[in-house]
Design a protein around this ligand. Sequence first.
Ligand code: FAD
Length: 465
Amino acid sequence: FSPIHVIGGGLAGSEAAWQIAEAGVPVVLHEMRGVRGTDAHKSDGLAELVCSNSFRSDDATSNAVGVLHAEMRLAGSLIMRAADGNQVPAGGALAVDREGFSGAVSAAIDSHPLITVVREEITGLPPREWDLAIIATGPLTAPGLAEAIRQETGADALAFFDAIAPIVYTETIDMDICWYQSRYDKVGPGGTGKDYINCPMTEEQYNAFLDALLASDTTGFKEWEGTPYFDGCLPIEVMAERGRETLRHGPMKPMGLTNAHNPGVKPYAVVQLRQDNALGTLYNMVGFQTKLKYGAQTEVFRMIPGLENAEFARLGGLHRNTYINSPTLLDRSLTLKSRPGLRFAGQITGCEGYVESASIGLLAGRFAAAERKGEAPSVPPATTAFGSLLNHITGGHVVSDDEPGKRSFQPMNINFGLFPPLEPGAVTKPEGAKRFRGKEKALAKKQATASRALADCAAWLGSTS
Ligand code: FAD
């Protein structure tokens, strides 16, 4: 076979290259880091995680992203293998040592006999002689290629903001004030009880912190005015502007936590930090993504009890993410309708999140490999997490010709709302149960949707391999 070209060695591109090579087809993976960096990446490693180190819930029985993890493992995902091999404890979540994770992906790709990695920036659409190619250049696609994509698609680029949260050196956190505990004492696989560090606040401290936060200088983004934020990742100061109680009911909620130094007094608010590396020397501030100026960040965040002397390994920041209007531009196998053979994968297609981006890379890789072998790409059933996400990206939003999905298409994490409804009667009251309403019924529905997804995914993979 002649090679398939994958542009971008991030979460999606690395997974796509792996799937293609595992299908017996050679790949050339073009990655620009090493020659040109991005505003958010810090290393040259493949599949670098630019912000949080969490792949979110690993519960495949009742959580949509947990189901996606499980489906990816069934499909032989390299990203999931590297994540599983580099886990750090994080309650019920799957969190990873970011360097170990990226190192594992890089090592697997570099040593695969069918993959060649070329360190170069691709500055325009792939040349025609690359008859099969995948663009997986992510939300921070370099400007030359971004402009070429804009010209080819004829559409205004869609964009939104994504923010990153600061990371603190553990040894600079005052553990006479803070304590280790995960919310509701949830302990996940490998949990050591040190997954989260908590900083307690009294009402007075909370109010003073809020006042300082609201009065602080933010970075100016005049040229991007009007670009919306991704709702799941709002900067902390934007959340604070929505009301004085918003943070206390959001990232600073005190529920499920007891101050080990003062168990009798319930904190008014709590700032949580999550373990960021296997050594436990770094913790990231959960939900504290921000566009405050660097000076303001250190000043305001050191007002948090226990962080008075905090040193930051990295401060927060805000980035503009670009994505394409996939529902009108791509077909069901992620191919650009105007250019057969050219696929898109990852966050640039309008999915959101590490796992989602990697899973779309996994699908694009499988579709491209099938095409190279002369087979019709097999699309996963809509009932699977793969299929639900694919449907969101490639079809779910085209309402009519007058409303080509442009305004309604927003990047989205996987969630049960994207799955088709269950058959009537699929969920029934368990024998002997007294109550079967509200929460119990909602949980049973999630469980039934999850097990249907995994069964259908296994059947789909069985039929394609
Ligand atoms: P990337 O992982 O960014 O990979 C794209 C690759 O393409 C990069 O390696 C880049 O160097 C390369 N590239 C770009 N242009 C070219 C070119 N012209 N030629 C060659 N190579 C090129 N998701 C989460 O789940 N949790 C988070 O906490 C989170 N935080 C985020 C914070 C920020 C600031 C941003 C921008 C995104 C964040 N995301 C987060 C969203 C998303 O999950 C990640 O961006 C994810 O890495 C997307 O995967 P990808 O493979 O599509 O892109």
